[in-house]
Design a protein around this ligand. Structure first.
Ligand code: NAP
Ligand code: G3H
Length: 485
């Protein structure tokens, strides 16, 4: 009976050494739904002493796990992928309630994650080394051969955000495990219940005790403590730039993979297919109410086509269904009131700094309706800051040169999209954009999950994506053979 062990009554447990347990702190954190504020359950507020125990367990378990053949580890991941597919309705229903994600997007998050785990298992089987010959190098007088392979890093501390609890937890767990690491996962507090369900499926699939552990609790008590802990060898974090920078400052010499905030732009040129650009910008700005790192957070329009684009864009945005995630509304409540308050501040500031409000449907507590601002300039906070809500920001410019300048005028560097029918121009502009990925004729998008997802500037450090994550979660080790000359 899946999920029988993760809770008693309404109290969820945490996972250590293959066992679901209550915290000795006897403290819990209530998780309420952003949809109707109903109590979904209580999670454990794990304390620092328990963190010590979890990490020493993970450290011990990692050694044996790394000795298993990669094919055995892959078999367990494949089983976890199957179990996730089998339980997709249960997990998706949890996402709907816990993070107010629309039904179809919740199902997609689970399905895409099952694919990610299976593909990671498959990619792990191709984790081959190489043989280097020394003689080809200048002045290498003896015959030398280097056997170069990849070995696990050790204990990976995985920290995931609220907006993709399933996908962005598993995109760390799966590559870490296939590479022979053990994992201590600290999910975001809102989203933690969904993640506990996932962890149970990995156990059921055969992950041995201690290889995957999940701690829940207050970041103010255990966040910094986990990050600085001597038994953590690597931190894979996805979340805000503010917390990411704090982690980078505290981590010392630990390996780091950081996926942080974004302010992705799309540039729409004069020769673009405007209907396509409008469609992609509507879903880019408003899907999951704009709570995606890769949401389109700036639309940069060449003046000559701006009015035509805006006319179509406003009409399409106006049709979006607002409502409950279980009814598959397009725009659903935001994660909490603070997120909605932050948007209020950005909107007030835009109103005070010359931007033109084209749409602002409503605000009811944590629920914002679709909002569109035109004529946003660098005087406005909306030009610079991540809105993380259903707010479209339109910036008008005179030509392509200015478009590139404005797109690059950001502390962030995830993705930029270019809409044009001139492929040569698209490539030329792409080469000048300061981001990890350029999308031609498409909205910014992390997936498919096997693509590299590179973060630059304040958007992070390193590259994720199935093969790239496995590389990041291993280190190179060489054994050199000195042959008789
Ligand atoms: P967040 O507030 O930074 O939280 C992310 C995670 O960090 C949560 O698990 C949080 O736990 C934990 N945390 C907070 N303080 C910590 C500390 N001192 N030490 C260790 N962990 C700590 O981000 P969020 O609100 O969940 O997610 C939204 C942000 O994530 C946006 O900025 C978005 O752009 C970014 N994001 C980026 C990507 C990407 O791939 N680049 C993907 C998704 C999201 P608690 O919940 O318990 O505080
Ligand atoms: O929030 C950040 C996610 O990594 C975005 O993923 O582009 O597939 O929605 P997505």
């Amino acid at each position: 009976m899946p999920f029988a062990y993760i809770k008693e009554g309404n109290n969820y447990k945490y996972l250590v050494d293959g066992k679901w347990v209550f915290s000795s702190s006897e403290k819990t954190i209530g998780i309420n739904s952003p949809v109707d504020n109903s109590l979904l359950g209580k999670i454990q507020a794990v304390n620092q002493k328990e963190v010590d125990n979890v990490l020493s367990t993970a450290k011990k378990a990692q050694k044996k796990w790394a000795e298993l053949p990669v094919s055995a580890r892959a078999e367990i991941l494949n089983k976890a992928s199957e179990l996730l597919s089998k339980n997709k309705e249960v997990i998706a229903n949890q996402l709907i309630k816990e993070i107010a994600k629309a039904r179809s997007l919740s199902i997609t998050e689970v399905e895409r994650t099952a694919d990610l785990i299976r593909s990671t298992a498959e990619e792990g089987l191709r984790m081959n080394g190489e043989l280097l010959e020394g003689e080809c190098f200048y002045k290498c007088e003896r015959k030398k051969r280097a056997l170069v392979g990849r070995v696990p890093i050790g204990v990976v501390l995985a920290i995931s955000p609220f907006n993709y609890p399933v996908n962005l937890s598993c995109s760390k767990i799966a590559p870490a495990l296939i590479a022979g690491n053990s994992v201590v996962l600290k999910p975001s507090t809102q989203g933690a219940i969904s993640v506990l369900h996932i962890a149970e499926l990995f156990l059921e699939a055969g992950v041995p005790p201690g290889v995957l552990n999940v701690v829940t609790g207050n970041s103010s008590e255990i966040g910094d403590y986990l990050v600085k802990h001597k038994d953590v060898d690597m931190i894979a974090f996805t979340g805000s730039t503010k917390v990411g920078k704090r982690i980078a400052n505290l981590a010392g010499m630990k390996h780091l993979l950081l996926e942080l905030g974004g302010k992705d732009a799309v540039i729409v040129l004069e020769d673009a297919d405007l209907d396509l650009a409008v469609r992609e910008c509507v879903s880019g700005c408003f899907s999951y109410s704009g709570q995606r790192c890769t949401a389109v957070k700036r639309i940069i329009l060449i003046n000559s086509i701006a009015d035509k684009f805006i006319d179509k864009f406003v009409k399409e945005a106006d049709k979006l269904k607002h409502g409950k995630p279980e009814e598959d509304a397009y725009i659903t409540p935001l994660i909490n009131n603070e997120a909605a308050d932050n948007i209020q501040e950005l909107i007030d500031d835009a109103n005070n700094n010359g931007a033109k409000k084209l749409m602002c449907k409503f605000r009811e507590r944590n629920f914002w309706g679709a909002t569109i601002f035109d004529n946003v300039t660098s005087k406005c906070r909306l030009y610079h800051e991540e809105q993380f809500g259903p707010v479209a920001v339109i910036i008008r410019i005179k030509d392509e040169k200015e478009a590139i300048k404005v797109a690059n005028d950001s502390e962030y560097g995830l993705q930029t999209g270019i809409f044009t029918n001139n492929i040569n121009k698209a490539f030329d502009i792409a080469s000048k954009l300061e981001v990890g990925t350029v999308q031609i004729n498409g909205r910014s998008d992390r997936g498919p999950d096997n693509f590299p997802f590179s973060c630059i500037k304040s958007s992070g450090i390193g590259t994720q994506g199935i093969k790239y994550s496995i590389e990041a979660m291993t280190r190179i080790k060489s054994t050199v053979l000195n042959l008789p000359s």
